[in-house]
Design a protein around this ligand. Structure first.
Ligand code: SF4
Length: 281
């Protein structure tokens, strides 16, 4: 198993930096040139990356790139996170940035989707630890990676107060855990003042892509609010291959602190559309 310090791109990185989720988030790989410094890229992959990144962003966390460096060319991690020419070709069927879910049609205020009577989605950011190549929220574009501002949240809280039938808030992605703890704390604190909100769910892939995000400070914050809401962490994971030791530690830290964890798993052609793969997961 290669260590990160054995890879040219990270030879000067300290263990403290490597385990810091903010360092990981700000050192994600966005170009073919950087990726080639971490893993061996085939000609077909290089062509796919060049073509796809003319239109779409690539983002691979150092943690996931190191896992790829310890895998092979058939690794499903590559299919999940390395852009391919096929990805651009699908734009002949769907527009590359189509709002395929019609989120905009159900969005009364910025950052909120109200599709079902009792629950809403909130998108705290438009970016993630890694960009999954099958993401159906390409409409977010991500050329400018951004988070909601306090004024946006205040509009959302006003909407929630005006619609007391809503009892469930789902933070989704972009990944809500790219947001700093102090902002999440502000949001949870304000939500806790709205009596009608009973359930809060975080849907995240950061536990897989940057597991260092689950710090004890973050868990301590959740511990405060789990007394006020039914609080769930829903972890997006597609294959057992993605579950690193660090991800397992992150899940254990949550579970050991009484945070309820679930998995969410899209069915992906050539990755996990197989009974044995799903059973192992
Ligand atoms: S983590 Fe979710 S929102 Fe982000 S790119 Fe992957 S599928 Fe899309």
């Amino acid at each position: 198993m290669k260590k990160f310090s054995e890879i040219e791109l990270w030879k000067d990185v300290s263990p403290e930096e490597w385990k810091n989720w903010k360092w990981q988030l700000s050192h994600c790989i966005n170009t073919l040139e950087e990726l080639e410094k971490t893993i061996t890229i085939s000609d077909a992959e290089a062509y796919g990356i060049k073509e796809a990144t003319k239109e779409l962003k690539m983002r691979i966390s150092p943690h996931i790139a190191l896992m790829m460096a310890n895998g092979n060319h058939e690794d499903t991690l590559r299919k999940q996170f390395i852009p391919s020419y096929n990805e651009v070709k699908t734009s002949n069927v769907y527009g590359l940035y189509d709002d395929v879910n019609d989120d905009d049609g159900y969005s009364p205020v910025k950052g909120l989707v109200h599709r079902y009577p009792t629950k809403v989605l909130i998108f705290p950011s438009n970016f993630c630890g890694c960009y999954c190549r099958y993401c159906f929220r390409r409409k977010l574009k991500r050329d400018v990676e951004d988070c909601l501002k306090q004024a946006d949240y205040d509009n959302i809280f006003k909407y929630l107060r005006e619609h007391p039938a809503i009892n469930e808030v789902i933070f989704s992605g972009g990944d809500p855990l790219v947001v700093d703890d102090d902002i999440l704390k502000y949001v949870l604190s304000k939500l806790s003042e709205i009596d009608s909100i009973k359930i809060v769910r975080f849907h995240t892939r950061m536990i897989i892509t940057i597991p260092y995000r689950i710090t004890q400070d973050f868990v301590d914050m959740l511990n405060i609010y789990k007394k006020r809401f039914a609080l769930y962490m829903v972890i997006h994971i597609d294959t057992l291959r993605e579950l690193s030791e660090e991800s397992k530690e992150a899940v254990c830290r949550l579970v050991d602190n009484g945070i309820m964890c679930f998995a969410s798993c899209p069915l992906l052609h050539g990755i996990n559309d197989d009974e044995a793969v799903l059973q192992s997961l």
